[in-house]
Design a protein around this ligand. Sequence first.
Ligand code: G4P
Length: 270
Amino acid sequence: MMQENIKLIDLIIELADARIPLASRNPDINELGKGKSRIVLLNKSDLADQTWNQRWINCLEAEGIYVLEVNSKTGAGIKAINGLVQKACAEKIERDRKRGILNRPVRAMVVGIPNVGKSTFINSFAGRACTKTGNKPGVTKGKQWIRLNSKLELLDTPGILWPKFEDNTVGMHLAFIGSMNDEIVIVEELACDLLDSLRMLYPNSVTERYGISWWEDTAATLEAIARSRGCFLKGETPDLKKASGLLLDDFRSGRLGRITLERPEAAGVH
Ligand code: G4P
C-alpha cells in the first residue's frame, strides 16, 4: 500500500525515535523513497539526551538529509517543519516553476515504525485548522489529503514500516522503547539488558532514581531495585518481573532522565 501511495507524493517525512535513531529507521525506506525528497524528524526528542540530539542532527545533515528534532506531544519544533519542506523540495518547486506550474502544494507522506509517534505527529502538525481536501482531480479516488496550508498537503494515513533487524542490538533497542510487544519478550531479560546499557551510558540514572548501588551481577541490581521499590512475592522474595516492568516503564516515560542509547560513533556513523 505504501508503494502505491508513494507514487502520489513528493516528500517523505520519516519519523525516528531520538533515543535510538538507527534502530528506529527502516532501511527499506531508501529503496521505497528513491527519487523523493526526504526529511527525518527525531521525535520524542524530549526523552533523549540533548547533546546527542544535536550530534545526530549534525551527523544526518552531513549525509545530506534534512533533519529536525521534535516533540509531537507538545508541538515543540513542529513549526520549523514548513520551512524545511520548502528547502527539501526546492528542486521540485523550481521544476514546476519552469513548466509554468505555480503554487502546486508539496504532497507528503509520514512514515515510521509502530509507536514512533506518527499519529501524535499528524495531529500536532495538522492541528484542528486543517481541512480534508477529499477527492480531487488527479488524486486517486478514496485517498484523503489534509491541506496544511497552500504549500503542503499530507496523505492522512501514516505509512507503517515494520522494524527491520538482523542483529540483536537493534531488536533489543526496539524492545526497550516499547515498539515490540512486551508479551513476546522475557521481561526480566529485557530489564537486565537495559540495566547493562544504562550502567555503561547513564550509570547515575539508576542509582539516583532507586537509591541503590550497582552490583557487579546485573540480576542482583534488579533485585536491589525490587527491594527498594517494595516489589515482593510471598514473603521476602523479590518480585523481579514487577521490578522489570517498573524499570522499563520509568525508562520509557523519561523518569530515568533523558537518555540516548545509540551514538553515531559507536554505530560507525560519523
Ligand atoms: P504511532 O502512531 O506511530 O503508533 O504512535 P502514536 O502516535 O500512537 O504514539 C505512541 C506513543 O508515543 C503515545 O503514548 C504518544 O503520546 C507518545 N509520543 C508521541 N510523540 C511523542 C513525543 O514527541 N514525546 C513523548 N514524550 N511522547 C510522544 P502512549 O503512552 O501510547 O499514550 P499517551 O501517553 O499519550 O496517553
